[in-house]
Write a protein of this length. Structure first.
Length: 191
């Protein structure tokens, strides 16, 4: 799926970092404080949070702290987690983007999506757009992803976007599986 990149400064897309990414059904944009209520509703769902951290839903206060961290990291790096907005209706569905946690093996693809959006291919669509951005706009050589071993839905998304299983590992004190894709392998898969 092609992603249309909208640069911050209005200059050529290849030389500028994207402020927003659009796919056929989604708009990925920087978070704002006004997103708190919608993001808190997503993060309060036990099924959504089952494979995130310790597997428990987040309180509104925890989500507010996370949202501030997401916005601060985006400002510092010029990229990060984008609010995932469904074009049809404008609802915030969660997030997708690239991040650099301290314990991560490198730049990491991350996503979180409201249960009402599961099973429609939207996580795959957003993940593809983020990989394209990481390789084409940021010039990354490799992008990683981590998920818990039992999260079969997430593992299928990672495999659909061309990521390959690397190893079982432990990050942030949690057992996980590590996936990755190189720019070269991503290009081959995209052709």
């Amino acid at each position: 799926m092609e992603a249309t990149l909208t640069p911050k400064d209005g200059g050529p897309a290849r030389r500028a970092r994207a402020r927003e990414i659009e796919t056929s059904r989604l708009r990925l944009r920087p978070f704002t404080p006004a997103d708190l209520d919608a993001l808190a509703a997503v993060a309060a769902d036990p099924e959504v949070m089952r494979y995130i951290g310790d597997g428990r839903p987040l309180t509104r206060e925890e989500t507010e702290h996370n949202l501030r961290s997401i916005m601060d990291a985006y400002r510092r790096r010029g990229f990060g987690r984008w609010a995932m907005i469904e074009k049809a209706g404008g609802a915030l569905l969660g997030y997708c983007g690239l991040t650099c946690p301290r314990e991560s093996p490198g730049v990491e693809l991350v996503y979180l999506m409201a249960r009402r959006a599961w099973g429609r291919g939207l996580a795959t669509e957003a993940a593809r757009a983020c990989l394209r951005y990481g390789f084409e706009e940021l010039g990354l050589e490799r992008i990683y992803a981590l998920t818990m071993p039992g999260n079969e839905r997430s593992r299928r998304v990672l495999e659909r976007v061309g990521m390959r299983f690397l190893r079982d590992d432990c990050y942030f004190g949690y057992a996980c599986v590590c996936y990755a894709v190189s720019r070269e392998d991503w290009r081959r898969d995209a052709e």
